[in-house]
Design a protein around this ligand. Structure first.
Ligand code: ADP
Ligand code: MG
Length: 263
């Protein structure tokens, strides 16, 4: 059974066809990248996968189950988490609190209710202890100890991106969608991000769908790549195949104008 599969996925906004018959398959445990110029439809694809948009047509199958059109919280419960192109965190909460919020889909007794209302020995109290333990593991994995009690709004951009990654991991996803995780980072921060993503793949066995503009990063870490433009697939293949595909070169370098950044 294919771990994750998209078939003939299409969605239009008014007259604009944002995705047209997009097809691809992702094998378990791999890193699969989606590239394409700005406006190609990459984020729209993620929005269809995690239920923010309901596609007009097509199938999205995760672990043998069709998920297209399901609500975002249902899809999250099935084990699909994401980060956003523009960081979406609670800037006035600290790192620990943001990661605890990432676990809300697991919480039976309501967020932060436990320890305050009923004490540590109650069910809610024990439940919170379990969640905190899980979150501490993520803090260790992503090396966030130094900022665990700091308000997220005041952290450097690269660190906020890492906290957002942690919040997604707090859901214990089987499939993780990363929308431009290295956007706006300097080269050292980008190197770090590559390291964290590899770690998540290797140590947690999470399958990763990655939207990324930095071509070097994409070539370094992905097993397979889907290139799209104007909502349609240009090609899908290994980094070597995609890199030298004429349609990909044209989409990025364009004959009349450069429409995206290639680095
Ligand atoms: N909710 C929406 N309403 C109208 N148009 C949208 C909406 N979401 C995305 N689009 C359009 O779909 C196209 C693809 O956008 P997007 O998926 O964000 O591109 P990318 O992430 O590849 O840069 C763009 O032309 C964008 O303006
Ligand atoms: Mg986008």
């Amino acid at each position: 059974m294919t771990f994750f599969q998209v078939e003939k996925l299409s969605i239009a906004f008014g007259g604009l066809e944002a995705l047209v018959d997009v097809d691809f398959q992702v094998q378990k445990g791999t890193i699969f990248a989606i590239i394409g110029p700005n406006g190609a439809g990459k984020t729209t694809l993620f929005n269809c996968i995690n239920g923010i948009y309901s596609p007009d047509k097509g199938l999205i199958t995760f672990n043998g189950q069709e998920i297209q059109g399901k609500k975002p919280d249902r899809i999250a419960k099935l084990g699909i988490a994401r980060t956003f192109q523009n960081i979406e965190l609670f800037s006035r909460l600290n790192t620990m609190e943001n990661l605890m919020l990432g676990r809300h889909t697991f919480m039976k007794s309501g967020l932060f209710h436990g320890a305050f209302m009923w004490g540590r020995r109650s069910f809610a109290g024990r439940e919170e202890v379990t969640h905190r333990r899980k979150v501490e593991e993520i803090i260790d994995l992503l090396d966030l100890q130094a900022v665990r009690d700091k308000l997220v709004g005041g952290l450097p951009y690269g660190t906020q991106k890492r906290v957002e990654l942690g919040r997604a991991l707090a859901l214990e996803p089987k499939l993780l969608l990363l929308d431009e995780p290295s956007a706006g980072m300097n080269s050292e921060e980008k190197q770090d991000m590559i390291f964290w993503i590899k770690d998540i793949q290797d140590e947690l066995g999470v399958t990763i769908l990655l939207i990324e503009h930095d071509m070097k990063m994409v070539m370094d870490i992905s097993e397979r790549i889907l290139a799209i433009n104007f909502g349609s697939a240009i090609t899908e293949g290994t980094p070597e195949e995609v890199q030298r595909h004429p349609g990909v070169l044209k989409a990025y370098l364009g004959e009349d104008e450069a429409v995206g950044d290639i680095t």
